[in-house]
Design a protein around this ligand. Structure first.
Ligand code: THU
Length: 138
């Protein structure tokens, strides 16, 4: 896994924390922010966006990822996630799969609690044997 400088991790968590402020979470009351950094050094931010029908809810990680992909980004360096929780927040299963479509298995995923205490895991640790386009090759 690529090593990130402490100051870079702190910067990404600060940006993710700002994104958390934009959460639309009237149902759970649980706010999440994400900061996805591209290989070129750009930052894409996302928050969770809930829905009265619940299922259409989009997590912070996918909001950030889809914003970036829409803008043409395809190469990602790391993602940082921060929430209202006392425990470090890791991406849900759906977001792990969405990230695996575009991000390398060794991409660092920075998971922080509300105070910014974090753990870092490679994406492949969070989603071993991810299903990808290779799995559809004949
Ligand atoms: N949520 C995220 O945005 N990211 C995660 O990694 C975990 C869950 C959101 C979805 C929902 O709006 C709320 O947190 C409670 O599950």
């Amino acid at each position: 896994m690529k090593q990130l400088h402490e100051f870079e991790i702190k910067k990404m968590l600060r940006l993710a924390d700002e994104a958390r402020e934009r959460a639309y979470a009237p149902y759970s009351g649980f706010r999440v922010g994400a900061c996805l950094k591209t290989e070129s050094g750009a930052y894409y931010l996302g928050c969770n966006i809930e829905n009265a029908a619940f299922t259409p809810t989009c997590c912070a990680e996918r909001t950030a990822l889809f914003k970036a992909v829409y803008e043409g980004e395809r190469d990602f360096e790391a993602i940082a996630i921060i929430s209202d929780s006392l425990n470090p927040t890791a991406p849900c299963g759906v977001c792990r799969q969405a990230l695996a479509e575009f991000c390398k298995p060794d991409m660092p995923v920075i998971c922080a609690d509300r105070d910014g205490v974090y753990v870092v895991r490679a994406l492949s640790e969070l989603l071993p044997m991810a299903f990808t386009s290779k799995d559809m090759e004949g």
